[in-house]
Write a protein that binds this ligand. Structure first.
Ligand code: SAM
Length: 229
């Protein structure tokens, strides 16, 4: 595991800096701001309004700091929608690192830091319930090796940037990801590169380029077309 350092992003929330990759886990302009915008507003809120699902299966690529899982947990409770959250992470964080992360300060709700720690302390490779509306399955796997019979309504594609981890954004890995979606399923990501959009179209996705979070011009939401479309 490479050396990781806590940094403070522009909205005051923490992120991590990976010295080997010279890369951060979130936008420097604001970690919480970015995650709320890309994955919650343009992801879960969109899915709820468009498809009125009572249960949403989420696949996250990269558990990392656990920020997206925490936001999804709070969203599930607020919206009273059952969220089954599966998350892949080949390099789990050490407790001394995640225990210091300050996300609870930016998220309203009761005992948010305790819930955040519970998400991290949940066993790997075991499905665990966390409250009334949320379950989490954390697995120490790379997306490239992930094999499941489950289908997902939404993928939080939160890999390191294409310039740092290009293999995650190539057609073979994207195809694995998209293959795990139901028809009408959605992939959201902070990245809006032309090649990514072309590849997603090639994989029969409808690609939407949306305004990004503060400091980032654009992001992508892609919807898996139904076979007849
Ligand atoms: C940009 S960070 C985002 C992490 C997380 N979503 C967060 O908010 O902190 C990318 C994450 O992907 C993980 N990762 C690296 N290679 C991966 C792979 N092959 N499959 C799945 N995740 C991977 C990294 O360890 C890191 O935690």
């Amino acid at each position: 595991m490479s050396e990781l350092k806590i940094i403070v992003t522009e909205d005051g929330s923490h992120s991590l800096y990976n010295a080997d990759l010279n890369e951060t886990y979130h936008s420097f302009h604001g970690a919480v701001q970015e995650s709320k915008h890309v994955f919650i507003k343009e992801g879960l809120d969109y899915l709820k309004s468009e498809q009125s699902l009572k249960q949403i299966n989420v696949l996250e690529v990269g558990f990392g700091t656990g920020l997206n899982a925490l936001l999804a947990l709070e969203w599930a409770n607020e919206n009273q929608v059952e969220v089954n959250f599966t998350t892949l992470e080949p390099f789990p964080l050490k407790a001394e690192l995640y225990e210091q992360l300050n996300y609870a300060q930016f998220i309203s709700g009761e005992n948010v830091h305790a819930k955040f720690l519970e998400l991290h302390r949940a066993s790997w490779e075991v499905l665990e319930r966390q409250g009334k509306c949320f379950s989490i399955f954390k697995t120490i796997q790379r997306l490239q090796d992930f094999n499941t019979e489950n289908k997902f309504n939404i993928i939080f594609f939160d890999a390191f940037a294409p310039s740092k981890q290009s293999e995650m954004w190539g057609l073979p890995v994207l195809s694995t990801a998209v293959g795990n979606l139901v028809d009408g399923g959605v992939l959201v990501t902070y990245c809006a590169q032309g090649q990514l959009k072309r590849d997603l179209k090639y994989l029969d996705m409808e690609v939407q380029t949306l305004p990004g979070p503060p400091g980032k011009k654009e992001m992508v939401r892609a919807i898996k077309l139904k076979e007849a479309e």
